[in-house]
Design a protein around this ligand. Sequence first.
Ligand SMILES: Cc1cc2nc3c(=O)[nH]c(=O)nc-3n(C[C@H](O)[C@H](O)[C@H](O)COP(=O)(O)O)c2cc1C
Length: 223
Amino acid sequence: MDIDKIIKERHSVRAYIEKNIEQNIIDEINKDIEEYNAIGDLNIQFITNEPNAFGKSFLADFGKFKNASNYIALIGRKCDKLDEKIGYFGEKLVIKAQSLGLNTCWVGGTYSKKNTKYDIKKDEKLVCVIAIGYGENNGKERKLKDISSVASSDVEMPDWFLKGVEFALYAPTALNQQRYKITLKDNKVEIVSKLGFYTKVDLGIIKCHFELGAGKEHYSFKY
Ligand SMILES: Cc1cc2nc3c(=O)[nH]c(=O)nc-3n(C[C@H](O)[C@H](O)[C@H](O)COP(=O)(O)O)c2cc1C
């Protein structure tokens, strides 16, 4: 998988064509979900062929979605780190989907939780969903921030750090807010998010992208 290409070609897609996702692709994504649920103590579920998923009943506030009948329900046991874990593992699934020729869009807004197909236990929370399917198109490029506006370093930035930051700049964030800072200090990388709407989920997404760009051999995250 050409990770550079995948990261750069991924854009949020909200309008899909009416085409079922092939079973072998569903199986492949489910295999990853199983792995991430085990590592992250999560209960992520891939719901396919639910034509009402993004209709009035499910995503009441998001009329701009079209033909979105598949989604990944990002669910996990309530804990302090849940949102960040969901961001990290959810984005891995987004990247996998992109590599398999699918399009996606994170959806974090408020929506009705009636008539849904996923299972959720009492001590769990549905953090977000990811709409997934074959897009009418591949979405639009957006303007990227400058490296200097999100990253700083106490030495000249090494190539691996720059690559990690570059990948982070391509990451989706809620409302495209990009409220995070990446710092290299005393040979250690720190990524922090500011307060805001879904910024903890964004933080997990940014960590996922940074890790893919920088390479784990230079720096590894807790997950
Ligand atoms: C946590 C999160 C929540 C999001 N929620 C919504 C949403 O509710 N509705 C929507 O249309 N887009 C949503 N988005 C998509 C962002 O608007 C999008 O990622 C951002 O504008 C950057 O565009 P890009 O993904 O094409 O790079 C969300 C993204 C993230 C990461």
